[in-house]
Design a binder for this molecule. Structure first.
Ligand code: GRF
Length: 218
């Protein structure tokens, strides 16, 4: 059986990209990252790709006449390399229709809040400002909306009384790095089914792992 070929889109620091690299290196995830695409020439994700011998491309939206043409180019580069799953990892743009049409139900994103609450930018800040007591992160398939596609896995994370945006973001990020590689692993094992907007995962019970930890420092 051939390994899942992954294409990653990232605009920044790329810590989620790194968590997937690590999961593959430790053989827990049988997949290969065949391409990183970034729209930011100074993204730290590029250094991570270089360190791990992963091909990368910088594709600048300003060099294309429209958003659609930009995403046509991205889809072409991914298709050329036989990508079976596109992973958005801190990619700071809403995926365009040409990309979504080229990879139906084959694009994932991670969002730092419990969707459908607090979509869009700064999910952690929105959660704090609203005053919720539980926040978390969500891995979902990407559709044309803003963080609206079918939800695959969520992790719940407590909001503490003295949290700042930074401390809450760090706590959520630790769980992002667990659930994103896990969602990709479940996908790579062919265990994910989508019925309408509900995702069903064969033989999977996330309750033990992703409810709030008894130890808040864990
Ligand atoms: C993460 O918080 C992710 O949830 C959001 O963007 C951030 C990317 O962080 N979509 P990194 O670049 O993966 O470190």
């Amino acid at each position: 059986m051939s390994f899942l070929r992954i294409g990653v889109l990232a605009s920044g620091r790329g810590s989620n990209f790194q968590s997937i690299i690590d999961e593959i290196a430790s053989h827990r995830l049988k997949a290969e990252i065949v391409l990183l695409i970034t729209d930011n020439p100074s993204a730290f994700a590029i250094e991570r790709a270089q360190q791990h011998g992963i091909e990368y491309l910088v594709i600048l939206s300003k060099e294309y006449r429209s958003k659609d043409e930009f995403f046509v180019k991205i889809a072409e580069e991914l298709k050329k390399r036989g990508v079976g799953l596109v992973v958005l990892a801190g990619f700071m743009r809403i995926a365009g229709k040409p990309l979504i049409d080229a990879f139906p139900n084959r694009i994932m994103n991670i969002h730092p809040a419990l969707l459908p609450s607090f979509p869009g930018l700064h999910g952690q800040r929105q959660s704090l400002e609203y005053g919720v007591k539980i926040s978390g992160c969500t891995v979902h398939f990407v559709d044309e909306g803003m963080d609206t596609g079918p939800i695959i896995i969520q992790a719940a994370v407590p909001v503490l009384q003295n949290d700042t945006e930074e401390t809450l973001s760090e706590r959520i990020l630790r769980y992002e790095h667990k659930i994103y590689p896990e969602a990709i692993r479940l996908f790579s094992e062919g265990r994910i089914e989508i019925e309408g907007r509900t995702v069903r995962i064969k033989g999977y019970n996330p309750i033990d792992t992703y409810m709030i930890s008894p130890s808040l420092t864990e």
